[in-house]
Each structure stands twice: as structure tokens, then as C-alpha cells.
Design a protein. Structure first.
Length: 498
């Protein structure tokens, strides 16, 4: 049975733990389950207090009723002994009454026989009075008869006295019998009342035993509820361990995301450097194109060779356009990486590998462009050496010159378009740089949030450790409650047996 102060301390700690849980929305479900658990524990506490109070009252009533039943049982035994003795005395009185009645009948018979004898003697005297007897004989006979009469009279008086005594004794016996019957009837009524009271006490005792059985069943039910509460506490502890494991995993993922973010920064810086190199290469190519245009104007005799050079330059232009497309694809890829960074950090590593592959492709393309530039320079040197040889062919290729000028004009128009495309790409590059800056700011903000979340995780871990200690204390209190309750059940069963 928990002390009131211990339960109040437990309730206070639980309220503090709930207030701590309410600060984090992620632990809302755990907080609700803990509040339900606390409410069930309070209800169980109140029910247990009521049960203990009721058990004490029932135990007191049971002891009181048991003492009353013992007293009534003892009185009933004494009354039974009194009734048995009265029955024996009553039987003796009836035997005395029967003996007196028989004696009275005998006396009455004797009196009747004596009266008959007196009548016979009187008649005999009358009969003999007519006969002739002498006086002496008559006197003698008269004396004898007188004596016999006196004896008979005295005997009749004695018998009457004896009859009066027997009658008086019979009346006293009947009176005693009536009194004994009244006493027996009163005792029987008392016995009946006591038996009824014993029956009521037995019923009340049976009712109390049933109530006690129900209380024990209810206490077993409460014990089951306490076990369920302990299981719920174990489940909450498991959820807490899972949450700690989840927090550790989240911390690991955050560290991994930080590393991947740093790698992404390096990749972004590298892509920006490669973009600048590509712009420098495009400027060099445009310078080469302008130089070739000037050389083509100065070298009209080299029309055929220049056509070949223009064809090569067109190929170079195609390569540049492919490079620009690749740069645009890189931009789209960077945007895709930005979205992937927002949605799923786990794919950054594969994106990084793809970016590395793309960088290697760009590097190979850059090396190809450098080689092509060297080839163009070599071809220009060759064209310069062949200029002298082609002076005589200028007149023959006048018409070719006009066609070539038209093609050059077309090339200039195409070059102008390429400049516009390059300008548009530069604008997109600036936009990409600004987006990259925003992305960096977001990454920094995310890192700050990550640090704050890590600090919060550390705080939660400390709070979880504190509440693990409190949870162990609660388990110890529950174990104490169960031990005291088992002891109380044992004492209650012993009291019931007594």
C-alpha cells in the first residue's frame, strides 16, 4: 500500500514529465498515452483506497458478528441443557402423577369395597335382629361390628387424608408441570428466536463472505489492472528506447547530410569554375572566329582552303553548341539536384557521382576543344604558308569569293545568334549563381536548424534519462504496492479463516 506522500510525489513527477512532453509535438502521442496511464493509476489508487476502507469495515463487522454467533451458540447449548433437565423433571412429575392416580384409584376401590362390606354387615345385622339370639351374643356381635366399623371408618379417614394429600400433590405436580410446560414453551420460543437470529447472522455472514469474495475478486482485477499498467509502462519504455534509437539515427543522418552538403558545396564550386573556364573558352573561340573572318577577308585567294576552314569552324561551332547544351543540361541537373536536396538527402551521394561523371565528360570535352584549338592554330599556320601559293587562284575564284562572302555573311549572322545565346547563357549563369547563393543560405539555415535540433536532442536525452530514473522509481513503488497488497490479502484470508 503506497504512502500518501509517496503517491503525491509520484503524481507531481508525472505532471512535470507531462509538461516536458507537451513542449515537443513529436512526443504528443507518447504524452497522451502517459496521461491515460496516469489517469488509470489515479483511478486504481482511489478504488484501492475505497476497497481497503470497505475491507476494514467488513473485517470489523465480521469479528463482531463472529463474537455474537459464538455467544449465541453458547447460550443455545445452555438452553438445550436446561430444556433437557426440565424435560427429565417433567417426565418424573408425570410418573408421580400417574402413580398418585393409580393410588387414588386403589383407595377409591378400597373405600367402595369397605362401604359394600358395611352395607352387608348392616343388612346382616338387620337380618339377624329378627332372629332369636341372646342378648350377650348380640352385644358381642354389636361390639365386634362396631369395632370393625370404627376400624373401617378410621381407615376411610386415613384413605381420605391420603387421597387429599395425593390430590394436593397432584395439583402441585400439575401446577409444576404447567409451569415447566410454560418454561419449555418460553425456552422453545427463545431457542426459535436465537435460531432465527443465528440464521440471520449466518446469512449476513454468508453475505459478508460473498462481499469479501467479490472484494478479493475486485482486488485481483485491480491487480490485473496494475499488471496491465506495468506492461503499459514497459511498452512506453520500449517506445522511449525506440525514440532514442530514432534520435541517434536522425543524428547520424544529419551528420551524413552535413558531409554530403559540404561535398555538394565543393561540387558547386567546381562546376562554377568549370563554367568560368567554358566562358573563357567560348571567348577564345569567338576571338578565333573574328580572327578567321578577318583573315578570310584578307586572303581571298585562299577561298577553297578557307571554305574548308569555315567548315571546320562550323564543326567547332557545333561542338560549342553541344557544349552550351551540355551547360544547359548541367543547369537543369543542378536545379534537379536542388530539388533533390530539399526532398531527399539520401540521394545526394548518387547525384554527386553523376556530377563527377559529368565533370569528367566536361573535362574530356574541354580537352577536345583545346586539341581542336591547337589543330586550328596549326591549320592557320598552314594556311599562312599556303597564302602565297594561292594568290594566282584569286581571279579564277571570283565567283567563289562572292559565294564565300554570302556564306561568311550567313556565318556572321549565325555568330550574332551565338553571341545572343552566349549572353542568354550568361544571364542563366548569373541566375544559377544567385540560386546557388540562396541554396547556400538555405543550407546554412538548415545547418543552424540541425545544430538546434541536436541541442534539443541532447536535452531530450537528458530528460529521458531523468524520466527513466523516475520510471524505475514508479516501478519500484508499484512493486511495493503489489507486495503490500499480497500481504494484505494474506492477512485478510487469515482473518477470514479465524
Amino acid at each position: 500500500y503506497l504512502e500518501e506522500s509517496a503517491f503525491e510525489a509520484l503524481e507531481k513527477d508525472s505532471q512535470e514529465f507531462i509538461s516536458l512532453l507537451s513542449r515537443d509535438e513529436a512526443l504528443e502521442k507518447f504524452r497522451l498515452e502517459y496521461e491515460k496511464l496516469l489517469a488509470v493509476l489515479k483511478k486504481s489508487r482511489e478504488n484501492e483506497k475505497r476497497l481497503m476502507e470497505r475491507c476494514r469495515k467488513l473485517s470489523a463487522e465480521l469479528v463482531e458478528k463472529s463474537s455474537k454467533v459464538a455467544v449465541l451458540t453458547k447460550l443455545s447449548k445452555d438452553d438445550e441443557e436446561t430444556i433437557s433437565s426440565l424435560k427429565m423433571e417433567l417426565e418424573k412429575s408425570w410418573e408421580m402423577v400417574d402413580a398418585a392416580y393409580e393410588k387414588e384409584q386403589q383407595v377409591k376401590g378400597t373405600i367402595n369395597s369397605l362401604q359394600k362390606e358395611i352395607s352387608r354387615l348392616n343388612s346382616l345385622i338387620k337380618e339377624r335382629s329378627g332372629q332369636e339370639y341372646n342378648v350377650e351374643d348380640l352385644l358381642k356381635l354389636q361390639e365386634e361390628l362396631t369395632e370393625e366399623r370404627d376400624q373401617l371408618l378410621s381407615e376411610v379417614v386415613k384413605l381420605r387424608q391420603s387421597l387429599a394429600e395425593v390430590t394436593e400433590h397432584q395439583q402441585e405436580t400439575e401446577k409444576a408441570r404447567n409451569e415447566a410446560e410454560q418454561s419449555v414453551l418460553q425456552l422453545q420460543q427463545d431457542i426459535q428466536l436465537r435460531q432465527n437470529e443465528e440464521l440471520r447472522e449466518a446469512r449476513k455472514k454468508e453475505k459478508m463472505e460473498n462481499e469479501l469474495t467479490n472484494l478479493l475478486a475486485e482486488m485481483d482485477k485491480k491487480q490485473a489492472e496494475i499488471q496491465n499498467l506495468q506492461k503499459q509502462i514497459e511498452r512506453n519504455k520500449e517506445e522511449q528506447l525506440k525514440m532514442e534509437h530514432h534520435l541517434k539515427e536522425q543524428k547520424t543522418l544529419n551528420e551524413k547530410a552535413s558531409k554530403e552538403l559540404e561535398q555538394l558545396k565543393m561540387k558547386n564550386h567546381k562546376l562554377m569554375q568549370e563554367n568560368e573556364q567554358h566562358n573563357v573558352m567560348i571567348d577564345e573561340v569567338m576571338k578565333d572566329v573574328n580572327q578567321k573572318t578577318t583573315q578570310l577577308k584578307d586572303r581571298e585567294d585562299e577561298a577553297t582552303q578557307l571554305r574548308l576552314e569555315i567548315s571546320k569552324l562550323n564543326k567547332t561551332r557545333d561542338v560549342v553548341q553541344n557544349k552550351l547544351r551540355a551547360a544547359e543540361e548541367q543547369k537543369l541537373h543542378a536545379e534537379h539536384e536542388k530539388e533533390m536536396l530539399k526532398n531527399q538527402i539520401s540521394k545526394l551521394e548518387r547525384d554527386l557521382e553523376a556530377a563527377k561523371k559529368q565533370a569528367e565528360i566536361d573535362k574530356r570535352a574541354t580537352d577536345g576543344l583545346v586539341r581542336e584549338r591547337d589543330m586550328l592554330n596549326q591549320n592557320l599556320i598552314k594556311a599562312t604558308n599556303a597564302t602565297q601559293k594561292q594568290i594566282n587562284l584569286v581571279k579564277l575564284h571570283e565567283q567563289s569569293k562572292q559565294n564565300l562572302e554570302a556564306e561568311i555573311q550567313n556565318y556572321k549572322t549565325e555568330a550574332q545568334k551565338q553571341r545572343k545565346i552566349i549572353y542568354q547563357l550568361e544571364k542563366e549563369r548569373d541566375s544559377f549563381i544567385s540560386e546557388t547563393t540562396e541554396l547556400k543560405e538555405k543550407v546554412l539555415h538548415h545547418m543552424k536548424d540541425l545544430e538546434a535540433h541536436q541541442i534539443q536532442i541532447c536535452d531530450y536525452e537528458k530528460e529521458i534519462q531523468v524520466h527513466v530514473i523516475k520510471l524505475k522509481q514508479q516501478q519500484n513503488l508499484c512493486e511495493t504496492l503489489r507486495t503490500e497488497r499480497s500481504l494484505y490479502n494474506k492477512n485478510l484470508i487469515e482473518a477470514k479463516v479465524e
